[in-house]
Design a protein around this ligand. Sequence first.
Ligand code: G3H
Ligand code: 13P
Ligand code: ZN
Ligand code: NA
Length: 283
Amino acid sequence: MLVSGKEVLQHAHKNGYAVGAFNVNNMEIVQAIVQAAEETNSPVILQASQGGLKYAGVEYIAKMAQIAAYNTKVPVVIHLDHGTDFVQIMQCIRHGFTSVMIDGSKHPLDENIRLTNKIIELAHAVGVSVEAELGKIGGTEDDITVADRDATFTDVEEADRFVRETGVDSLAIAIGTAHGLYKGEPKLDFDRLKALKERLNIPLVLHGSSGVPEESIKKAVSLGVNKINIDTDIRMAFSNAVKEVVRNKPNEYDPRKLLDPAREAMKNIIIEKMIMFGSAGRA
Ligand code: G3H
Ligand code: 13P
Ligand code: ZN
Ligand code: NA
């Protein structure tokens, strides 16, 4: 069943668990995610990144996700990940997305607030929820030093002002995670997370969550993270499974024989995440 982001994240916020938001780029990924949600009886967020929209096109992403959502009893949100462009955000809403992210984190606070409010006014008018971002979430190659942390992590006072002046539905925070693979083990600033949750009292979003150890994820959920973005772990499951088929059967040329094990491998890792995040059994 297709639902808004607000509905799913408010339930998670009030009941102390997190919903997985998994990046979708093709049919097999959509199917793996929704099958995992059905098997664990879990609400789920299908999200499209800039790269995903470029690769598959907004129509294909929207239609695949809608077919999956309409054919299942579990709640499914269709979400735009890291939206930055006004026109693209409007196109996603027009194509039936039920949630959008406006990532104004690279702008100064006032500009981020202005940009977020512009999207909220339009999105809320048609029942679409909005995620914003404050602070700088690391990139794959970023080495964040201790001195960097205060400069780049989400500031509690700024976040308080941001939420009061926008009324945003959920907020992506920078507390030490990074997109892509980690070189070492990420160290999350749990004190900051706790302070942010106490002050803001809204659903918080953790980006870059692939590669974060299970205990850290569970602690983050216990302290108030309600949406957990996973992309890289799915990519790894997909590509490792395809490579294994190619290694074992070098003459295989049927795409279905290459992709079916990948779909299964993605589903299995997603099931693990849903159990870890506490969304299993919440549909
Ligand atoms: O937010 C970033 C996603 O993990 C990947 O983005 O599909 O644009 O490479 P991409
Ligand atoms: P990972 O690729 O590290 O899982 O990050 C995904 C993400 O945050 C998408 O917005
Ligand atoms: Zn992200
Ligand atoms: Na990561």
